[in-house]
Design a protein around this ligand. Structure first.
Ligand SMILES: [Fe+2]
Ligand SMILES: [Fe+2]
Length: 277
């Protein structure tokens, strides 16, 4: 990285790149495939559409609420655009729910705290974690041909936008912290703390998902085709490699998430040693 994190130049770069890579499309007009009975059954057996739908609606609401509080006009323009994209993610999921008759209803959104920036930051670290794990899960599901590839092409639109969001967020955080005079160490500690919160939220979600359907629906269908022979090491490796592949599409002058890739690289080393014993 050749430019200084937190500088005006840095801000211009991460905002402009985000704004310029925004794509215009209508979720309803995407090439949604016809699914045969088997594929439809598989899609319906995925137990987290409700959670995904809610998460995207919540994301849009948080980002929209935070937008007017952003003082810098260029940063505000970029954040506003993220709000547009999050709302579009929710409508993309809605289109899919309606089209394929998936089981997901609209839940009320919680009231956000007055400190909307903290809500935005919490949400941002949550996105970093969800995306990193999502990269691996996406690869596993796509490789096992769990659904026709046309579906994965549509999901990939969403994944690409999430990747842009986390790159924007990581740069936003560095810029914000630098302007507040925080040094690298406090920044790292702060990230770790927020990641801890994101991890706890994620575990809560998994737990809720299990309580809701005991994992039954998912297990009875052929969903276990990609759970059979599932290797944790392989999954971590997929997350790591997919993250690297997706990140390589971004300008090398932009900062990228580092903590999760570093942790997983360490974990992989440990796991491989363990497996060799
Ligand atoms: Fe989203
Ligand atoms: Fe996002």
């Amino acid at each position: 990285m050749s430019i200084k994190a937190g500088s005006e130049e840095h801000k211009e770069l991460f905002c402009r790149q985000f704004i310029e890579t925004h794509e215009v499309f209508d979720p309803a007009a995407l090439p949604w495939p016809e699914l045969d009975a088997v594929a439809l059954e598989r899609l319906r057996s995925v137990p987290f559409w409700q959670e995904v739908y809610h998460t995207e609606r919540r994301a849009g609401a948080i980002v929209d609420a935070f937008t007017p509080q952003v003082i810098d006009p260029l940063v505000r323009e970029a954040v506003a655009l993220q709000g547009v994209e999050e709302a579009r993610h929710a409508s993309l999921i809605r289109v899919m729910i309606d089209r394929y008759g998936l089981n997901a209803t609209e839940q009320p959104l919680e009231k956000f705290p007055d400190d909307l920036e903290t809500a935005f930051i919490d949400f941002g670290f949550g996105e970093c974690m969800d995306s990193f794990l999502g990269f691996g899960a996406f690869k596993t599901a796509r490789q096992s041909e769990f659904l026709p590839d046309a579906m994965f092409q549509i999901f990939d639109v969403l994944m690409y936008e999430e990747t842009r969001h986390i790159v924007f967020f990581i740069n936003y955080m560095a810029w914000r912290e630098k302007r507040r005079g925080h040094i690298a160490l406090t920044r790292a500690l702060k990230s770790a703390w927020f990641y801890g919160r994101a991890a706890r939220r994620l575990l809560g979600m998994v737990k809720r998902g299990q309580d809701d359907n005991d994992g039954r629906d998912f297990a009875v269908t052929q969903a276990n085709m990609f759970l059979d022979g599932f290797s944790f090491t392989q999954f971590v490796e997929d997350c790591y490699k997919e993250n690297a592949r997706r990140m390589s599409q971004f300008d090398s002058d932009l900062m990228q998430p580092r903590l999760l890739p570093a942790i997983s690289r360490l974990a992989l080393r440990g796991l491989r040693l363990w497996e060799r014993r």
